[in-house]
Ligand binder design. Structure first.
Ligand code: GLC
Ligand code: CA
Length: 546
């Protein structure tokens, strides 16, 4: 296999909610027409893959994760025709599209559930998970504590209790049922035929775990292989990117050991320890998290992210670590969510401090894996804590210092834009930053360009170099004789450190982002790093491929 064919290994993935990106027809909600009109902006920034949050017909009580039809486009966002038009216009610009695949549950308005609750003999009854009486553990395992009280709810019409891992309007599918599995192969095939390059697989651990009252815990690993094989037979270069916030010991089960399960997983371990490192300037647990999540199968790859559409889940940190991150980045109660996380966007968490934001993004781009940005990250958008739960970080994209941030020409819009304060659209918007060579947007464009010129970051073998201090992380990445180095100073003080480069041309380190090269007589380099400094070096030569 020519590994360079694996496009996702050095992709730049950009996550978009169609609803909040750009309103093309002026009715107050984003749509595919609007998104297509913004493709040149995205191409210019250098992103290579768009991940679309659910855009299917839905009551949208959970922003579309309550799907009412897997084979369509919500009419608010346009038509299937416009979706396909968008996918092919993206392709013309070299941008792939992956879409969210929500297999764990449907909306309670999905025709399957409407049929299932009608009678015990309904053809779809067995597509969901029922119990004649209230299961003993009904209060356990809620995903949204404080908002969701139970995982079992009585349905009057059905005369039985149904299981829902998430909200009560999201009944869990009986994913063990071969008919359900066959249907989801059909769903995958449908979107692949329409040109998508794969799926972001929602809530995967729940999809494959045993469901039903009194069932012992257990996972159906075979389902992962079935999905992978179906996908690959259908569209050889399509991928599965799974949301699976599991412990490192379980990661390999999700990747498989013979390239036969998920291509990519979000690295929740690294994500949480990265925030711990940013909060405390202690990188030691991040460096352990990196070692614990070394991937093995050849085609497997991590997806690295800072913030996503949900709260920043800190559930994998020990209590004392979690407290430190919370007090650094979410000092007030309203900034926290579900007793485990932070609902803010990145820029406000970093106090809009450019050095800290650049440090965080530089880490995201260089840690082993593929970076995943969120819409609005590139301009440092903020949040609106007056909005409930996770909505605070899901406000419309800020395009310009115009009414509704240029998001929509409509009088009223479906969710308010951020208007006031340091993150209000008069101050933070795309158009203003495009004109300003020093803006975060232009920094992001440059960093993406450099990231792409360093395939070693995402393809190479990596090792951590000893820096002698917990606040400095140094990683070396090597591939085909080339090598790059990323050094990060987590601390707000300047530091001196020295590193031993493991490469025959390791005497010469060329800084890829500034003039500050390091030429030494040996492969040991003394470095002086400013507060929150980051350095990207190419070893031996300024030009790759030597
Ligand atoms: C995933 C999504 C989240 C959603 C949940 C239920 O965790 O990221 O936004 O609420 O699944 O589908
Ligand atoms: Ca619209």
């Amino acid at each position: 296999m020519v590994l360079n064919d694996l496009w996702y290994k050095n992709a730049v993935i950009y996550c978009i909610d169609v609803a909040t990106f750009f309103d093309g027809n002026g009715d107050g909600i984003g749509d595919f027409k609007g998104l297509a009109a913004r493709l040149d902006y995205l191409a210019g920034m250098g992103i290579t893959c768009i991940w679309l949050l659910p855009f299917y017909p839905s009551p949208r009580r959970d922003d579309g994760y309550d799907v009412a039809d897997y084979y369509g486009v919500d009419p608010r966002f346009g038509t299937l025709g416009e979706f396909v038009e968008f996918v092919s216009q993206a392709r013309q610009r070299g941008i792939r599209v992956i879409v969210d695949l929500v297999m764990n549950h449907t909306s309670d308005q999905h025709p399957w559930f409407l049929d299932a609750r009608r009678s015990k003999r309904s053809p779809h009854r067995d597509w969901y998970v029922w119990s004649p009486e209230k299961p003993k553990d009904a209060e356990k395992g809620v995903v949204f504590p404080g908002v969701q009280k139970t995982t079992w709810t009585f349905d009057k019409q059905a005369g039985e209790w149904y299981f829902h891992r998430f909200f009560d309007f999201q009944p869990d599918l009986n994913t063990e049922n071969p008919a359900v599995q066959a249907e989801f192969r059909r769903v995958m095939g449908f979107w692949l035929e329409l040109g998508v390059s794969g799926f972001r697989v929602d809530a995967l651990p729940f999809v494959i775990s045993n469901k039903g009252a009194g069932r012992p815990p257990g996972q159906r690993w075979q389902m992962l292989r079935d999905m992978r094989l179906f996908l690959q037979w259908h569209t050889a270069d399509a991928i599965l990117l799974a949301e699976a916030n599991v412990l490192p010991e379980e990661d390999l089960e999700y990747f498989g050991d013979r390239d036969d399960r998920m291509h990519m997983l979000f690295n929740f371990q690294v994500n949480q320890h990265l925030f711990y490192a940013l909060a405390t300037a202690d990188g030691s647990t991040l460096s352990q998290a990196l070692e614990r999540t070394r991937t093995r199968p050849e085609t497997a790859q991590w997806a690295n992210f800072l913030r996503n559409n949900d709260e920043l889940d800190l559930g994998r940190l020990v209590a004392e670590q979690r407290e430190k991150v919370l007090s650094a980045f979410a000092p007030e109660d309203t900034m926290r969510l579900y007793g485990r996380g932070i609902r803010r966007r990145l820029a406000p968490m970093m106090g809009a401090d450019r050095r800290r934001m650049e440090l965080a993004y530089s880490l995201m781009f260089t840690l082993p894996g593929t970076p995943v940005l969120r819409y609005g990250d590139e301009i440092g958008m903020g949040d609106d804590l007056k909005l409930p739960d996770r909505d605070c970080g899901r406000t419309p994209m800020q395009w310009a210092a115009e009414e509704h941030a240029g998001f929509s020409g409509s009088k009223t819009i479906f969710r308010p834009v951020i208007r006031e304060g340091p993150f209000g659209y008069p101050k933070v918007n795309m158009a203003g930053q495009r004109r300003d060579p020093e803006s975060l947007l232009n920094w992001m464009e440059r960093i993406i360009r450099m990231y792409k010129e360093c395939p070693e970051f995402s393809w190479g073998d990596w090792k951590q170099l000893d820096t002698g201090i917990d606040s400095v992380l140094a990683l070396q990445y090597s591939q085909d004789g080339g090598a790059v180095l990323a050094v990060h100073n987590l601390s707000e003080s300047p530091v001196r450190t020295s590193i031993e480069v493991d490469h025959p041309s390791g005497q010469r380190l060329f800084n890829l982002l500034s003039n500050d090269h390091s030429i030494s007589r040996s492969t040991r380099h003394a470095l002086r790093l400013e507060p929150h400094a980051y350095r990207w070096f190419r070893v031996g030569s300024e030009v790759s491929g030597r």
